[in-house]
Ligand binder design. Structure first.
Ligand SMILES: Cc1cc2nc3c(=O)[nH]c(=O)nc-3n(C[C@H](O)[C@H](O)[C@H](O)COP(=O)(O)O)c2cc1C
Length: 337
């Protein structure tokens, strides 16, 4: 068995974090939190089942909002207040007891935050309704962020990262994919700014560099920092694979330890594709261009799929979402095959 899945079962070290194999549960929003975003016993049970005896290397917990104005949905997990730390600690302990590493995914939904959830008008790089289907947000045009509001959001990411560290997480992941706020800055489809935060790709990535810097000063060099990049929009006028390679190099230079590759305005699926590793054209190009680990998610159904993608140098780590959502023991069962 071990030989059959030699690459998938091979341990790896990222910074000072040792992963026992290459299979990761990517963030999957379950929206099982309380009304104000606290961890519930239902969540402990859900994550516990997936960590215990499943042999997963790492679980990246579902996207959590760093500020109420960036809340994507009712019952989403919060990391926006120090009062959230206690519940998050219980969540991390549950995952660690099961033997997996735990990362927190930090998110601001931007224009995808519905006003009936946040109580406020949504904010975004530009006053553009998201070009995604099905619709995200409430369908109204968001308010364009001022430079001082951008600075506040940068600070909110750093405060959230600090809370994750206080809760015992092994690292944090900055969410810049699936049409949420940081993806809205990165994509030319949604960023029409003419100041330092819009225009060419360097400027569309300015907020990312500022967040990386401020998260680093909040949690230190040793704390694992991943960025989930919706690298390519696979849409006319959107970011291309070439852009994703450029962005990955810039983000690695800015100091992230790992890149978790997925879709941009196409979100986590890709029209006309459902083969294992349907973003592998992008992740393979990125892997060639950077020296930090690259994770690929999308369409993996068997451990053999993961092994093949690793063998083909499509990535260093493989995310398995919906299969583990359906079956908490997916990895153990696959290892027996
Ligand atoms: C119900 C559901 C919730 C999701 N929630 C998140 C999330 O919170 N953060 C995120 O980055 N991706 C999220 N995703 C995307 C997954 O992490 C993953 O990229 C996607 O399911 C494709 O991988 P798969 O084919 O292995 O399922 C979600 C996907 C699903 C189906």
């Amino acid at each position: 068995m071990e030989e059959k899945y030699e690459l998938a079962m091979k341990p790896m070290t990222i910074g000072n974090l040792t992963l026992k194999n290459r299979i990761v549960m990517p963030p999957i929003a379950t929206y099982q939190s309380t009304e104000d975003g606290k961890v519930t016993s239902k969540m402990l049970e859900y994550y516990g089942m997936r960590a215990t005896g499943s042999n997963l290397a790492m679980i990246i917990t579902e996207h959590s909002y760093i500020d109420i104005r960036g809340k994507a949905r009712k019952n989403q997990l919060s990391i926006s207040s120090d009062e959230d730390i206690e519940g998050l600690k219980r969540l991390v302990d549950t995952i660690h007891q099961g033997g997996a590493k735990a990362m927190a995914q930090l998110n601001h939904a931007g224009s995808a935050a519905p006003s009936d959830v946040t109580g406020e008008r949504a904010v975004a790089p530009s006053s553009v309704i998201l070009p995604v289907s099905p619709m995200m947000g409430d369908g109204t045009a968001p308010e364009e962020l001022t430079v001082s509001q951008i600075a506040e959001i940068v600070e909110q990411f750093a405060c959230a990262a600090k809370r994750a560290k206080a809760a015992g997480y092994d690292g944090v992941e900055i969410h810049s994919a699936h049409a949420y706020l940081l993806n809205q800055f990165y994509s030319p489809l949604t960023n029409h700014r003419e100041d330092d935060y819009g225009g060419d790709i360097e400027r569309r990535l300015r907020i990312h560099r500022e967040i990386i810097q401020s998260v680093r000063s909040a949690v230190g060099k040793e704390f694992m920092l991943s960025l989930r990049l919706g690298g390519c929009d696979y849409a006319e006028g959107g970011n291309t694979i070439e852009d994703s390679v450029y962005a990955s190099k810039a983000l690695a230079d800015a100091g992230v330890d790992m890149l978790n590759i997925t879709g941009g305005m196409c979100r986590y699926t890709r029209q006309g594709h459902n083969e294992p590793g349907y973003f592998q054209d992008m992740s393979s190009a990125i892997k060639k261009a950077v020296s930090i680990p690259v994770m690929l998610t999308g369409g993996v159904k068997t451990l053999e799929d993961a092994e093949t993608l690793l063998k083909n140098n499509a990535a260093d780590l493989i995310g398995v979402g919906r299969e583990i959502l359906k079956n908490p023991y997916w990895l153990m069962e696959q290892m027996e095959k």
